[in-house]
Design a protein around this ligand. Structure first.
Ligand code: AMP
Length: 484
């Protein structure tokens, strides 16, 4: 679709902007614009890895979070993938391991990172390996969907950093292949997605097994009440750092929409994708079944596409991602869960085949095209029963999304643009499921936190240490001395 056909959404006063502006921030981004990596106080071995990686300046979340984490503080980070948040938590964590080296213990880890999906876990582990390349640091990953025995064996001699999805981690712990009693640093990444996927009970079980005397970091793209409740339970007097609130992401992306009946969406998708200007398009469907159906239809019409969702095996998912990354397959059809957290550059188009019922989800989706400072195009197919959600999205992002001209040569009869004053009602029936779960899991009914996972006042600042002198509180004091 020619760029000229997509006009930038017209800005208007966003009634929620004040609310957003009120999001807790430890530091303003501007204040750190000029921060250099050398200002952060990281170990020279890490500085060398940063140079190797070609990073010149810290991203805002790095500039804000790293100094606080080096002071051993707990942190609540509101940041999406693409902001550089992985380095923001990995670098100070590795700095801690360098500062306080310890012999690896069998079936044990000192750093535990929890992530919602295997893809994200793999990417986080890769980042840890990249940044720790000049030090002696073992990084391992465990996730479900693959044989557990190889993971049991790999853990036998212990590791320094373990990146895990919650379910598989608990399986390994219950099989005594791993203990969490030596964890010094606990990191929960994409916490909102973990909750969406129903991991709340697993998270509580895990946190209950990790020593109270630890540093805890929780990152989330959004901050619903459930996450702040969880943060209150898991974190000890955390500092808050927030970057790129959702509304700013939306402003960087060119957005447009078609009013189209559900029956005509597949035909329209083919016409939209059949455009040589598209390098890589990410198409979002609500359900796994829907994703497969779209792929089948596109393939039948001779357009190469692959699906990625929770029912696909690990090799299938990796194969699809690889083909998409290296340009062999220009259309990836995904559910929200499968797509979130995946670091793919150069996505030229996002197509919302179905409109999400949670505005933040829309922002996540379209944000996939606007990575690394590029602008992208996001096209939404809006059926009559999705207009209510569209209005919700427009309210949240503070823009009206423009109606696009029909793709050239299309035979689809687009629906007329509805009256903006039309009275809309929230669709009844089962939740559409696009609010984070991508239709992949049913929400957990009792996902409200119940009771404290940590006894009050039992955080690391209470001075309670682990037996055997492995006491982060003591380390913290040393650290303060060492860092002046
Ligand atoms: P993340 O948000 O952690 O998924 O990071 C997104 C991408 O940004 C990754 O490909 C990182 O390698 C890259 N990245 C992280 N920090 C920096 C930096 N300071 N400069 C340039 N690229 C970075």
């Amino acid at each position: 679709m020619p760029l000229s056909l997509i006009a930038r959404g017209s800005m208007k006063q966003n009634p929620m902007s004040e609310l957003r502006a009120g999001m807790p921030r430890a530091r303003s981004n501007e204040r750190h614009d000029m921060t250099k990596f050398s200002d952060l106080g990281l170990n020279p071995l890490l500085m060398k890895a940063i140079t190797d990686a070609g990073y010149e300046t810290p991203t805002p979340i790095q500039a804000q979070a790293i100094p606080l984490l080096l002071e051993d503080k707990d942190l609540l980070g509101i940041a999406q993938t693409g902001t550089g948040k992985t380095a923001a938590f990995a670098l100070p964590t590795l700095d801690f391991l360098l500062e306080f080296p310890e012999k690896r213990r069998a079936r044990s880890t000192r750093v535990l990172v929890l992530a919602p999906t295997r893809e994200l876990a793999g990417q986080i582990a890769e980042s840890f390996s990249t940044y720790s390349r000049h030090m002696d640091c073992k990084v391992q990953t465990v996730f479900g969907g693959v044989n557990i025995n190889a993971q049991r064996r790999a853990l036998q001699n212990g590791t320094d950093v373990l990146v895990a999805t919650p379910g598989r981690l608990l399986d390994l712990v219950s099989q005594k292949a791993l203990t969490l009693q030596d964890v010094d640093v606990l990191i929960l990444d994409e916490a909102d997605q973990m909750l969406d996927m129903g991991f709340i009970h697993d998270l509580k079980k895990i946190v209950a097994q990790v020593p109270k005397d630890r540093q805890t970091l929780l990152f989330s793209a959004t901050m619903p009440k459930l996450i702040s409740d969880l943060a209150q339970q898991f974190l000890d007097n955390p500092v808050r750092v927030s970057v790129t609130p959702p509304s700013t992401t939306a402003e960087r992306v060119d957005q447009g929409l078609y009013h189209v009946s559900n029956n005509d969406k597949l035909e329209l998708l083919f016409d939209v994708l059949n455009n040589p200007e598209i390098d890589r398009a990410l198409v979002f469907t609500r359900t796994k079944h829907g994703a497969d159906k779209v792929v089948r239809k596109l393939l039948a019409k001779g357009l190469d596409a692959k699906a990625i969702h929770g029912n696909k095996s690990q090799p299938q998912r990796l194969k699809a991602l690889d083909a998409f990354r290296n340009g062999n397959c220009k259309v990836l059809v995904a559910t929200d869960i499968a797509a979130r957290g995946i670091d793919i550059d150069g996505i030229s188009h996002v197509v919302n085949f179905e409109v999400p019922n949670v505005p933040e989800q829309y922002v996540h989706r379209i944000g996939r095209t606007a990575r690394a400072g590029r602008t992208g195009l996001a096209v939404s197919f809006v059926a009559e029963d999705e207009r209510y959600y569209l209005r919700d999205i427009e309210k949240t992002i503070g823009m009206e999304i423009d109606v696009l001209k029909a793709p050239e040569g299309t035979k689809v009869d687009l629906l007329p643009t509805p009256d903006p004053n039309e009275r809309l009602y929230k669709p009844k029936g089962p939740a559409r499921g696009t609010g984070g779960r991508g239709g992949e899991r049913r929400p957990q009914k009792s996902s409200r936190p119940q009771g404290k996972a940590r006894p009050q006042g039992a955080g690391k600042s209470s001075g309670g240490g682990k037996p055997g002198g492995r006491n982060r509180g003591a380390k913290k004091r040393n650290l303060e001395g060492a860092r002046g």
